[in-house]
Design a protein around this ligand. Structure first.
Ligand SMILES: NC(=O)c1ccc[n+]([C@@H]2O[C@H](COP(=O)([O-])OP(=O)(O)OC[C@H]3O[C@@H](n4cnc5c(N)ncnc54)[C@H](O)[C@@H]3O)[C@@H](O)[C@H]2O)c1
Ligand SMILES: [Zn+2]
Length: 387
């Protein structure tokens, strides 16, 4: 006679991990104690990229100079080598530096650096703390303030990753002064993403000052730069806070611009930057919305104009409808069974379109229109923003 099955009480595994986000200025100034306070005399591994090392390495080392136990390491990885072995490499360096379960990894760099370090921190000893110090615009408003960390694998973008919140994100827009213009534009794409779907006032701000901010390396107009960064960070955090582990809902506004972009990045072998791929996706999704009668021609024009004024592309000549279609199908798996394509309905508002509303023919028609748009872009449009 077999015994009946016995059901044990389920284990609960809720863990409260506060993630602090601070906007500061002069982070590396010896009198700014923010970062030293975050380290709290723990052993730590600072990781940075070769470019950030060249530009800021001396100051980073000087800042930590008096603190014993802070190790410094340069990671030679870019988007094309942002893979699982990069996270393993950081784990090995963490062991060599003597990090224990409470020792943080401190990522000083762009999204590539913070993603790799965040994933390494999630894996090392099954999870050690990490701190993000983003030094790019994408980092400041997106990659450096989220708790997602992913690497590319098997020709697929961000397919291996973790939800592992940093202890702290320390944001200093002063780093943007050395960022090449192309990367500033790339960061603007993430800001425009948020503005279009959730914050019409932010859109107006960027529309009025994109060119001035780009021309000044995001130094001027100072009050506008501060307002844009603050509003973008606040808006992004509010969206993330609604559904931090993405389990309650797969309809996320901030997925705008992130349905076709993974394919564009991968197919271009990462010659198209992340933000540029997001811009191409925003343009295509907006064109689709116009075709489906969800947004007016005038508002579609404002979105496309702002992308252009921000130095972003509207079309990529090697785009293949088959590739986009495949990307769309794999996003359906990622979003738990349907597409939930985010499309704008007005500046500052959006809706979700499902897979049955999209066809390869529709994609082709929208791409053709965008290609014509791009080639007929008038120089006066490119040089100015709306009055
Ligand atoms: N985890 C997330 O939530 C999230 C969100 C958005 C983007 N991302 C990821 O972020 C990556 C893109 O990030 P990115 O645009 O920061 O790219 P990146 O990390 O490749 O940085 C761009 C380049 O700028 C250099 N750099 C960094 N700071 C600099 C500075 N202050 N001055 C001069 N050069 C500097 C870097 O060394 C690099 O060469 C993509 O891999 C994307 O998938 C992740
Ligand atoms: Zn993005």
């Amino acid at each position: 006679v077999s015994e009946p099955d016995h059901e044990f009480p389920p284990l609960r595994s809720v863990r409260d991990r506060p993630h602090r986000v601070t906007l500061t200025h002069g982070l590396l100034h010896p009198d700014n104690t923010r970062l030293r306070e975050c380290v709290r005399h723990r052993t730590a591994l600072v990781v940075t990229s070769p470019t950030v090392d060249r530009l800021y390495g001396r100051r980073i080392r000087a800042y930590f100079g008096p603190i014993p136990g802070v190790h410094y390491s340069v990671l030679h990885r870019g988007e094309a080598t942002k893979s699982i072995d990069a996270a393993v490499e950081i784990s090995e360096r963490a062991s060599a530096a003597g990090l224990c379960r409470t020792s943080p990894v401190i990522a000083f760099g762009g999204g590539v650096c913070t993603d790799i370090c965040g994933l390494a921190a999630a894996l090392h000893h099954r999870g050690i703390p990490h701190i993000k110090v983003p030094t790019t615009l994408i980092g400041l408003v997106d990659a450096g303030i989220g708790m997602k960390n992913a690497v590319n694998h098997d020709g697929r973008k961000s397919v291996l990753g973790s939800f592992h919140p940093p202890e702290h994100s320390l944001l200093d827009p002063g780093f943007l002064g050395t960022l090449p213009r192309r990367h500033l534009s790339s960061g603007l794409a993430e800001i425009i993403k948020l503005a279009v779907v959730a914050d019409g006032d932010l859109f107006d701000l960027v529309e009025a000052s994109a060119r001035a901010m780009l021309d000044s390396g995001f130094r001027a107009p100072a009050e506008v730069v501060t307002a844009v960064v603050r509003r973008s960070v606040a808006g992004m955090l509010a969206e993330l806070a609604r559904n931090p582990y993405e389990v309650t809902d797969f309809r996320r506004k901030v997925d705008f611009g992130h349905t076709f972009s993974p394919w564009l990045e991968t197919a271009s072998q990462h010659t198209v930057l992340h933000g540029e791929a997001v811009a191409l996706d925003i343009a295509l999704s907006t064109e689709l919305a116009a075709d489906l009668g969800l947004i007016t021609a005038a508002e579609r024009e404002r979105v496309l104009d702002l992308l252009r004024c921000s130095g972003l592309p509207l079309s990529w000549p090697a785009t293949s409808v088959d590739g986009l279609w495949a990307s769309l199908r794999s996003v359906v798996d990622h979003r738990n069974g349907d597409l939930h394509l985010v499309v704008p309905t007005a500046i500052g508002d959006c809706t979700f379109v499902e897979a049955r509303a999209i066809s390869p023919g529709l994609l082709r028609a929208c791409l053709d229109r965008l290609g014509r748009h791009d080639s007929t872009a008038r120089p006066d449009r490119l040089s100015g923003v709306r009055a």
